[in-house]
Design a protein. Structure first.
Length: 295
């Protein structure tokens, strides 16, 4: 989904705005490849450190120790990280912004510390995962818009970057809620492994209420955004799409979390949030079409 999201933002949105972009198609492909490699590395290291909890919560999904050895998993992790950071370094030098390579090192470091330490700290681990997804949206602007910004196109570039920030905030909000719900779903394994996640620390019921509170905030902000930007600009197709794929499912989530009790219930709610995130990101295509249709 990460690659799909980055492709969507560039080719369904940025390419349609008639602005200069810093990266050629193959260079943008490198950016996508680098982020995928780092995300894959994060997935591998997370699986290595989650063997204990996954053996309880998702015994059929355990790979490390069954499908591959822990040593092999570490080697894969190191290879993915080195490749991702190296590509990021090359790309940063291509656009003559060598300091931008530090962003890839930061992402790799955060993913490692999340798996080894931060995941066990209440709320902080959830925040970091949600933040990293938001960064995967912002990195498009950092590498494709910022280096191509001049005094003449500064206002337009700032406007486009602002839209990327809006989507990054949306991705952060929904994924943050989903991470809390996933922790509730995995509470038994996390408790047995001594992790101090939110539901372990304050209980499933209270953690669910916190997820509910954030969902209500996300619903209100999404509704206000639709009214402020879509309705006022007469993007009625985008309004209908947002209601059908974001606002209505969010309302469904808010209602259903009241009665959620079992691991199956919270897994269902996690899947709903994943769909909201996917269709929310997909709305950039609908907005681009609606703007073109109105023109």
């Amino acid at each position: 989904m990460l690659a799909f999201m980055q492709l969507l933002f560039r080719y369904a949105f940025l390419k349609q705005q008639e602005v200069p972009l810093a990266l050629s198609d193959w260079q943008y492909g490198l950016l996508i490849l680098s982020t995928i490699l780092l995300a894959a590395a994060g997935y591998v290291i997370n699986n290595i450190y989650d063997v204990g909890t996954d053996s309880i919560n998702k015994p059929n999904d355990v790979v490390v120790g069954k499908g591959i050895t822990e040593t092999a998993a570490y080697n894969i992790y190191i290879g993915l990280n080195i490749s991702g950071v190296a590509i990021g370094f090359i790309l940063s030098n291509i656009i003559m912004r060598p300091t931008f390579a530090s962003l890839f090192i930061l992402i790799a470091s955060l993913l490692y510390f999340y798996a080894t330490t931060l995941k066990q700290i209440m709320i902080l681990g959830n925040f970091v995962v949600a933040l990293l997804l938001a960064v995967s949206v912002l990195i498009i602007g950092v590498f494709d818009l910022f280096p191509a910004t001049t005094a003449e196109n500064q206002a337009q570039m700032a406007s486009l970057f602002s839209i990327l920030i809006d989507y990054a905030l949306f991705a952060f909000m929904i994924n943050f809620i989903r991470e809390i719900v996933k922790d509730i779903e995995d509470v038994n394994g996390d408790y047995n492994m001594g992790m101090n996640t939110l539901p372990v620390a304050i209980g499933v019921s209270r953690a669910a209420k916190i997820a509910l509170g954030f969902a209500i905030i996300a619903f209100i902000l999404s509704g206000l955004y639709c009214n402020t930007y879509f309705m006022q600009n007469k993007l009625y197709i985008a309004v209908f799409y947002a209601f059908a794929t974001v606002l209505a499912p969010l309302l469904y989530f808010i209602v259903k979390i009241f009665s959620a009790k079992s691991q199956k219930d919270f897994h269902h709610l996690s899947s709903i949030l994943k769909l909201i995130l996917f269709f929310g990101i997909l709305s950039i295509l609908v907005i681009a079409f609606n703007i073109k249709y109105n023109a």
